[in-house]
Design a binder for this molecule. Sequence first.
Ligand SMILES: [Zn+2]
Length: 236
Amino acid sequence: MKTPSAQRKGRAARATPPAPPSRTDLSADRRELAAFMRRLYRQRLTTTSGGNLSVRVDADSILLTASKHDKARLTAGQVCVLRLDGTNLTPGLTPSIEAGMHLAIYCRHPHVRAIVHAHPATATAFCAAREPINCRLIAEAYAVVGTPVWADYACMGSEGLAEAVAEAAGRGPCVLMANHGILTTGATLLEAFDCLEVLEIAAQTTLIVRQLGGGRPLDDDRLAELDRLMGRNRRA
Ligand SMILES: [Zn+2]
């Protein structure tokens, strides 16, 4: 039951409509986000109802895909505008069930500007098997993904999942969500999308190389060379 003070706060919140984002024309950003969602579906990296994408548009606001829409035909008008405190500035739309997960990551990690979450079949199979995806077999995989990090299982849409994934996102841009799927972050949507796409290929490569007898992962000197090329410190 709500306390009287919470009820007063609720009435106050209804009485004062939320301020619009500081950037008022978000139509191009919403079109871009919808286009990436359709691309994700077209490339068979998500299902009709699965997956959610978001991008930060200013200090206080993000765009996030709405739930209950066909991901293959998502339009700009089906992209929500949310404040970081969760206020929905597009009340005609229901934000993705994973809104809390996206918001927790943006609140905790200001360098993150975009998030892609989906359940691509091969990479998600590794999440179900709790087996590592070997990103040291192919140079591109190590350069783009580095070393994926793990997040413990929690029910979809729960605070526990938001907490587990937000914590993991601080350890690397590619999160393997146990028994669930993949989440990638980036400075742009393209960067986060690239990371998820390359990870799915890395998962397929890991399986095939196992069937071929094990392969020869890149050694430490070769990995350090790639780290220098990408301008980063060695990833764990
Ligand atoms: Zn999911």
